[in-house]
Design a binder for this molecule. Structure first.
Ligand SMILES: Cc1ncc(COP(=O)(O)O)c(C=O)c1O
Length: 432
């Protein structure tokens, strides 16, 4: 470790709160000095293959010359300017791309600064939509268990009530209606019974429902559950039948991760509102967007307030939007579809045998995502020491060891990740 890191890490431990950690009993953190391609370089010079894409974001890897150049060019023009009363090329270009690429009929774009805020905006759109139609009773939200939509309060209220630790905030969180976790798995035959309980909830609750929110196909941080595309098709039908808006949270799944540009495409449905974020800027800067239809946007605009009541300070930040334009163009010019399908095939072949291991409850693979669910919870600190020795960066949570590598990953690097996942389950990493 370079000498200055010792002091810096002491300061970090003493003063900085990392995600979901205690300051009294903080988990160790690893200093990253730089990152290049699929490699993270630590303070002690160790290079690790990154299996996490910095939480679904860095699809093109790190330090990409094209995104770097786009940012440098934009910095020399304007790094930030307020979006109230002003517009700029990067926001317009990014909105054009998003409208073109997202499912049909989504044609109004609201930029925000993080995924959680994009979800807040989506919910606000849904609530304002029904208010504008004079249907004030339609003000509740429905979702399935095992979902994750962010850490702000309204977003938290639609996260899994157990994993999302609702009990800590039970006085403040709105009372969401929770359907069961989707049971019919992604790669199984469709089971018509899998939708029955949800049908019943729609029948009972639709008069109060503003929107149904769900992560299409892959539920992320709420449990890494992959469900059948027909389930989403059925939800679209129920939303249409009972006049409920469908919000698709594609913040984790968007931009190719599941093998389609957007996971909604597995079910060939178009939501009324979609949220995108994470990989939107190729992992360079925090940016998200909420897109909706002419019907939703016009209804809000003709309603009592006449405006959508939201406007973050850094809305449409030009630097972030220029990274977004560069990242999306890179994706479109690449052979991402073949690459993701190659990653899926390698993961499937490389990890298949792991299902037989006594510690493993289930192996799940979809596009460039692999998840090993173990019976016991993982000791994250112990697992990370092992992973570092194995030359990879993988960060499990609860009983889930999962990877979603950058799409640019090559054979040897992917094989190293697969080997590390196979080896880790045999180590002493379980919480007793
Ligand atoms: C599906 C989904 N929605 C929303 C969010 C929240 O995004 P952010 O962390 O940028 O606020 C996340 C983040 O993990 C997510 O996976």
């Amino acid at each position: 470790m370079k000498s200055d890191w010792t002091e810096l890490l002491q300061f970090d431990k003493k003063h900085i709160w990392h995600p979901y950690t205690s300051v009294e009993n903080a988990l160790p953190v690893y200093p990253v000095e730089k990152a290049e391609g699929v490699y993270l370089e630590l303070g002690d010079g160790t290079k690790l293959v990154d299996g996490m894409s910095s939480w679904w974001t860095a699809i093109h890897g790190y330090n990409h010359p094209t995104i770097n150049a786009a940012l440098i060019d934009q910095i020399s023009k304007v790094s930030h300017v307020m979006f109230g009363g002003i517009t700029h090329r990067p926001a317009i270009q990014l909105a054009q791309l998003l409208i073109e690429l997202t499912p049909p009929s989504l044609e109004k774009v609201f930029f925000s600064d993080s995924g959680s805020v994009a979800v807040e905006v989506a919910i606000k759109m849904a609530l304002q939509y029904w208010q504008s139609k004079g249907k004030n009773k339609k003000n509740r939200l429905m979702t399935t268990r095992s979902g994750y939509h962010g850490d702000t309060f309204k977003a938290m209220s639609v996260c899994d009530p157990v994993n999302g630790m609702h009990h800590l905030f039970s006085e403040v969180l709105s009372k969401t209606i929770f359907a069961d976790k989707p049971t019919c798995k992604w790669n199984e035959e469709w089971d018509t019974e899998a939708i029955l309980s949800l049908q019943k909830l729609f029948e009972e609750q639709h008069e109060n429902l503003a929107a149904f929110i769900i992560e299409p196909i892959v539920q992320g941080a709420g449990g890494m559950n992959f469900y059948h595309p027909q389930y989403l098709t059925e939800i679209r039908t129920l939303c249409d039948k009972y006049e409920v808006l469908l919000i698709a949270d594609e913040i984790a799944t968007g931009f190719g991760r599941t093998g389609k540009l957007f996971a909604c495409e597995h079910s060939a449905i178009s939501p009324d509102i979609i949220c995108v974020g994470k990989a939107l800027t190729g992992g360079y800067l925090s940016l998200a967007a909420t897109l909706t239809t002419k019907e939703v946007s016009s209804t809000i605009s003709k309603g009592e307030s006449g405006v959508l009541m939201h406007g973050p300070t850094f809305m449409g930040n030009p630097l972030a939007c220029s990274a977004g334009v560069a990242s999306l163009n890179l994706l479109l010019q690449s052979n991402w579809k073949e690459k993701v399908s190659w990653i899926e095939k390698k993961l499937t072949e490389g990890l298949a045998a792991i299902q037989e291991h006594q510690k493993v409850k289930e192996l799940r693979i979809c596009g460039a995502i692999a998840v090993i669910e173990t019976y016991e919870n993982i000791d994250v600190a112990a697992a990370q020491i092992e992973f570092k020795t194995l030359g990879v960066w993988i960060r499990p949570f609860r009983n889930l060891i999962y990877i979603m590598p950058p799409f640019i990953i090559e054979k040897d690097e992917l094989e190293l990740l697969i080997l590390a996942m196979k080896k880790i389950i045999t180590k002493s990493i379980y919480i007793q």
